[in-house]
Design a protein around this ligand. Structure first.
Ligand code: CMC
Length: 427
């Protein structure tokens, strides 16, 4: 087997090492390419570019496999908890009972927000999208927690990471409360991470809130399914922002902004809106036809993925969770039937088969979140809440990487060549 790749450029033959990871495709190390040939590679959308080395998450898109630190997502979703998966992502190994208890206590101790942040919310319009609020408040944390912004200090980095994981549910719940005009609820640290979030979101000070264990479990599982996903757009954004030495709160705000887009985290909101718009199984063929029409910008939201060319393993767990939540809440939203039939029809359609388009994590998540009582605008905020642990784990990994450099892609310039300025009266 060759361990170098040979490249012929006019007037020169060059060789580059081929590096192997523990699993997955090898990579050609082209770091010296520009120095040796004066040429860049061209890869819009980074479809063939590994931007970093990472030991956190592995995806085999052809087989539909997702591993966190080696553990399959299906096993984690079935047997683990979001706190345990968070510990795993941050520290590399599953915790023993003492380590888990200590970690949960640490996160619990950081759930409150600086009191002045409540005033900060009042600057937003009532109808602000929760992602606008999340983005603003996460960025604003850097103005409140100066004692954890020195990124050269591993201890401060860990405190900032714990703060972000702990405070994100409080921030998201407050964004929701603000939008519906209800009072903010302080965290109740007797509850689990997820139970606490449900109470801060759906509870009111006037009444005791009793956490439904089935919903708590389902929500916790949804958080696990969203915890990390390799070098996706928002994670790459966090890494790129962090590569300049920016503080972690600012980097996570950048990640939230990127996640908001409908091609990424915003797809869960768009998917449910689409299913509701379809409304009845009879209308599915019309929407499938639109998705296939090159002249129509419409796409089946919650379908397709840059990496998965097989069933997204997170979608499998999501589909199962819909049934559990519906049974627990004794609801039966017709939108689930539309989703099931749409999936079946698409999976048997040559267009989707040929392009290897399968349901992704967002296809069913909206159906569950809506049944639990979240408005669609909160869906992406919940994704951001859960993905925060992935972002901070990836950010920590990057900062501790001795090879880390500021991210600075180059370009293929196609604009005008140099020309002289012409005064306005002569143009
Ligand atoms: N419906 C109809 N056609 C599609 C879809 C879809 N959902 N997704 C991809 N295609 C077609 C696309 O038109 C293209 O066709 P052609 O080769 O004829 O031009 C082909 O499949 C390849 O698509 P692409 O846009 O080149 O692929 P990509 O890797 O750049 O995009 C994607 C991946 C997820 C942005 C895209 O599949 C999409 O827009 N899906 C809908 C949005 C969505 O569900 N996003 C959530 C992704 S998972 C959660 C997350 O990561 O945030």
């Amino acid at each position: 087997m060759s361990d170098t790749a040979k490249l012929q450029v006019p007037g020169k033959d060059v060789e580059y090492p081929i590096l192997s990871g523990s699993v997955g495709p090898d990579v050609i190390d082209i770091r010296k390419l520009y120095g040796q040939t004066g040429k860049f590679t061209y890869d819009p959308g980074f479809t063939s570019t590994a931007s970093c080395e990472s030991g956190l998450t592995y995806i085999d898109g052809d087989e539909g496999i997702l591993l966190h630190r080696g553990y399959p997502i299906g096993q984690l979703a079935e047997h683990s908890s979001f706190m345990e998966v968070s510990y795993l992502l941050l520290n590399g190994e599953l915790p023993n009972q003492d380590e888990l208890t200590a970690f949960e206590n640490t996160i619990t101790r950081h759930t409150m927000l600086h009191e002045q942040l409540a005033t900060f919310y009042r600057g937003f319009r009532r109808d602000a999208h929760p992602m606008a609020v999340m983005c603003g408040v996460a960025g604003a944390l850097s103005a409140f927690y100066h004692d954890s912004t020195d990124i050269t200090d591993p201890k401060q980095r860990m405190i900032a990471s714990h703060r972000l994981i702990a405070k994100m549910p409080t921030i998201a719940a407050m964004a929701y409360k603000y939008s519906v005009g209800q009072p903010f609820l302080y965290p109740d640290n007797k509850l689990s991470y997820t139970g606490n979030f449900l109470r801060m979101t759906f509870g009111v000070p006037a009444e005791e809130y009793v956490v439904n264990p089935v919903i708590e479990k389902a929500m916790d599982r949804i958080f696990i399914l969203h915890a990390d996903h390799e070098q996706n757009a928002s994670t790459s954004t966090v890494r790129l922002a962090g590569s300049s030495g920016a503080n972690p709160f600012a980097c996570i705000a950048a990640g939230i902004a990127c996640l908001w887009g409908p091609a990424h985290g915003g797809a869960n909101e768009a998917a449910l809106n689409m299913l509701r718009e379809i409304g009845r199984p009879e209308r599915i063929p019309e929407y499938i036809a639109r998705a296939k029409d090159k002249n129509d910008p419409f796409r089946l939201m919650g379908f397709g993925h840059r990496v998965y060319k097989n069933y997204d393993p997170r979608a499998t767990v999501m589909q199962k969770t819909v049934r559990e939540v519906f049974d627990a809440l004794k609801v039966n939203d017709p939108v689930f039937e539309v989703a099931l039939q749409l999936e079946e029809m698409a999976l048997n359609d040559p267009y989707f088969i040929e392009k290897k388009l399968f349901p992704n994590v967002d296809f069913y998540s909206g159906v569950i979140l809506s049944a639990i009582g979240f408005p669609t605008t909160m869906f992406t905020a919940l994704f951001a809440l859960a993905r925060t642990v992935g972002w901070v784990a990836q950010w920590n990994e990057m900062i501790s990487d001795p090879e880390q450099k500021i991210g600075r892609p180059r370009q293929l310039y196609t604009g005008p060549v140099q020309r002289d300025y012409v005064p306005v009266e002569k143009r």
